[in-house]
Design a protein around this ligand. Sequence first.
Ligand code: HEM
Length: 460
Amino acid sequence: MRMGTTEVMTEDDYMDAEEPPSMDSLPVIGNLPAMSDSPFEFSERLPESRGVVRVRLAPIDLPMMLSDLYYVNGPEAIRQVLVDDHASYRKPDFTKQMFADLAPNGLFVAEGDQWRRIREVVQPAFRARSVQRYADAMVTETVRRIGEWDDGEPLAIADEARAITSAILGRALFSSDFTAIADSLRSVVDAMGAKLDIPAGAVPMWVPTRTNRRFERDVREFERVAADLVRKRRRVGADERPNDLLSALIAATENGSLSPTELRDQLFISLLAGHETTSLALTFACFHLAAHSERCERLYAEIDALDGDPSIGTLGEVPASEYIAKEALRLYPPSIEVARESTDDVELQGYRIPEGAGMILPVYSVHRDERWWDEPESFRPERWEEEDVPNHEYAYFPFGGGPRACIGNRFATLELRLVLATIARRYRLDLAPGQSADLDLRMTPTPAPAEPIGLIARER
Ligand code: HEM
């Protein structure tokens, strides 16, 4: 048994710890309807606690798991789960099930020795020095795409963001042109969203429903695309290969560190995790540029003072790009929550959590919690400059934390900053007529705008 700061805990310590406060369950059906209908409002109704609340999914205790979930919504408790006591928590079964038909050996869900081995293979492509090498591709691919924008014409910004981020992913990590791959990538992400839609998506894969058939078809097509990337790269001699993620993965299969199945699953995870999250983050950041242009003036002033497009060498002179990116990730974090499961009976902030408990760390609502943030609902990039930000590190965790933190954190942050600065050098963004400055979100695996966001780019 474990307790805070990884001390071993006795049976008595565990029994002495308090029960966390409970969220009142609704008669008969527990909290499940409230959680799935409106997860955002739901987390705002949670009772006061030291950051841990037991949420009853069923009105009575069931002998099996998942009659309860624990909401971990205080920064201290979040740090305890992700960092201090990370060894007492693992990725939960419901996350693993999500990836079971897609990439069961992917870094995102792997555990223990397998996770360590794969992380070692993948890590070099995401180190600070490697990521800096990708900066030119990030700017070039953005310039290419936004060069096609028509002055004053409406833009479907989510499509633009997807095109830009998939082109960057292709160039940076795979040294490849992803134009032809983008559609397949999109289909798999959509099919995965449909699989998460309850009840249609919950039907086991061996039942040939429409959703399952579509999922299978899209995954097969994506598999072909991934295999093609590998085949082409293998034809290049080991010394001639570009220094990128794809070469690192292939080299690891050649020296026996990765099996062919693990290679396939890492390709899937890098393409999916690296694409959908960054394109959403960019969509939301562009939306903020348009909806709150008065708060983004500094970006235009800083970029105008540069001699040419931003680069890794000059980005330091455009700090507003960092503040806007951070604030966009605060208000609309593409990973709306991080999930864990306790591996043992554990103590968390003086509360007792039984072995096998499902835990939700609700990124979205912690980022908007007025206990940690002034004017939490307002887009105020300047808060990052004024350091008017919470003094607790884990009141902000768009990339998770601890050993399982996002491997693409640096990549995604640099990309967001460079793309925003490159856009701002050429265009001002406005809301298209009829586009509201208030966004409705829809829950897919990630929080997506319920309606396409319409913007207008005006040449500067
Ligand atoms: C704005 C963009 C991104 C956001 C918000 C984001 C968010 C996250 C979060 C919250 C986690 C932790 C999940 C957990 O602890 O359960 C994570 C893990 C991960 N992310 Fe990202 N991510 C982004 C971009 C990327 C990119 C660009 C890549 C790769 C190309 C990537 C690949 C991964 C992988 C492989 C993991 C699993 C790491 C591990 O468990 O060792 N992500 N991401």
